[in-house]
Design a protein around this ligand. Structure first.
Ligand code: LLP
Length: 418
């Protein structure tokens, strides 16, 4: 459920008509709904109420906007970060350092060092080598790094290949069969406090079975490691729960997911950590765009909008579907290709899409754009970096400026020898 709905024929975010934001900020522009973010954060937490000890670290990568992070900090969420940049954002948003989990396969020495200095709550180690390096850095500082070992359970999440992370050939975590031995070796290092295991098998997972299978395997591993005499007090089950991208699509939601996890972890006697991203932010955002013009095509007209693959890359990168809808629909429908202005054919949002009929100058939205939208934006074709806004009831504010090409140009230099 979200708070984007039509009122008197005009799409609103909560109480704000989207044309008001488009008129003030221009297009394309992202709009987030504070009420939707808060609702999703609460629904997800509530769904886990059958589990005794729970920690939730929002996957910052899905939407790192400072205002979004502040909303989640206010809901008591910690952060799952994968770079120093994300860590700094989580801290700037007011998240407690102890509530930050640092994931990622390529944390650099300087990132490990900065995270230790910041006093983050947990490092999710992705290799034995990383653990050894972190132990050295921590020992030199006279500190002990609190760690979990990320394990690759070799389970197919059944999602798009580019966002699958739990198969043996994916780069993430340590091999399942080697995990117990590595855990034992890392536990003996003075700079580390090994306290748990972590797993994350992929994103936009639309059935519960793969996650259940992975969690069951992780439970078996946890028991084996405990039998070997080591402590496992924390089990991090990652993120990955999918969201509906098409109107009417029904997927297992937080309640079904929470019930499944509660069943699997019933006798684990561990704190269970979660790293949700998309399920919190996905439906909390839309991207407003203006139709530049409609031109004839061989099989259907091309609707050329002013948003492009640099603003919302998911369709180009993962063949992802985002619902497209007019902000003030006429009631007429047609079938069209929806494309951006960038000079390559991958800048296509949809082919042969049955949608609201739009004409030049109309406003429209791509829905479910709050996760992996603005955060993956870039300036390809020397376009501006897309701005972000947040609505709260009848109020709204710009929460990230449009960075103009001139600002980016000003950071470039022509060496004097040219
Ligand atoms: N934890 C870890 C270790 C992750 O790698 C990810 C996402 C998450 C949590 C959050 O997963 P979520 O709950 O959002 O599914 N750009 C892609 C998605 C990449 C996801 C990467 N990892 C997309 O637009 O679909």
């Amino acid at each position: 459920m979200d708070h984007f709905s039509y009122n008197s024929g005009v799409l609103h975010a909560e109480e704000v008509p989207l044309p008001a934001i488009a008129a003030a900020v221009g297009t394309p522009v992202y709009v987030y709904s504070r009420a939707t973010l808060t609702r999703h954060a609460r629904v997800f937490r509530e769904a886990l109420s059958g589990i005794a000890r729970v920690e939730i670290a929002f996957a910052v990568k899905s939407n790192p906007n400072l205002a979004v992070l502040r909303v989640l900090a206010n809901e008591g969420y910690g952060a799952d970060v994968v770079s120093q940049g994300e860590m700094d954002r989580a801290l700037a948003a007011g998240m407690a350092a102890e509530a930050i989990v640092f994931s990622g396969v390529g944390k650099t020495g300087s990132e490990l060092s900065a995270a230790l200095d910041a006093g983050i709550g947990q490092f999710n180690l992705e290799s034995e080598e990383e653990g050894v390096e972190l132990a050295e850095i921590a020992t030199a500082k006279g500190l002990r790094a609190v760690c979990a070992l990320r394990v690759n359970p070799d389970v197919d999440a059944g999602t798009h290949a580019k966002i699958s992370t739990g198969k043996a050939d994916n780069k993430f975590g340590v091999a399942y069969d080697r995990a117990a031995a590595i855990y034992g070796r890392l536990s003996s290092l003075p700079g580390l406090e090994m306290r748990g295991l972590a797993v994350h098998i992929g994103s936009q997972i639309t059935t519960l079975e793969p996650s259940r299978a992975a969690f069951v395997k992780m439970g078996e591993l946890m028991r084996a490691i405990r039998v070997a005499g080591h402590t496992v007090s924390h089990m991090d089950l990652g993120g990955g729960l999918g969201v509906p991208y098409r109107a009417g699509e029904v997927l297992p939601g937080p309640a079904e997911y929470g019930a499944m996890v509660a069943d699997v972890v019933r006798d684990w006697d561990a704190t269970i950590c979660f790293e949700p991203g998309r399920v919190i932010t996905g439906n909390s955002g839309v991207l407003i765009t203006e139709v530049i013009r409609v031109k004839p095509g061989a099989s259907a007209p091309f609707v050329v909008v002013d948003a492009a693959m640099n603003d919302l890359v998911r369709p180009a990168m993962y063949d992802a579907w985002h619902d497209f809808a007019a902000v003030a629909p006429s009631g007429e429908r047609f079938t069209a290709h929806i494309v951006g202005p960038i000079c390559e054919s991958s800048d296509t949002f949809a082919m042969n899409r049955e949608t609201d009929r739009v004409v030049a100058g109309d406003l429209a939205v791509f829905r479910t754009a709050g996760a992996y939208g603005a955060t993956m934006a870039n300036t390809y074709n020397s376009r501006p970096l897309v701005p972000e806004t947040m609505v709260d009831g009848a109020k709204w504010a710009v929460v990230a400026d449009r960075i103009q090409p001139a600002t980016i140009l000003a950071a470039e230099r022509v060496p004097e020898w040219l």
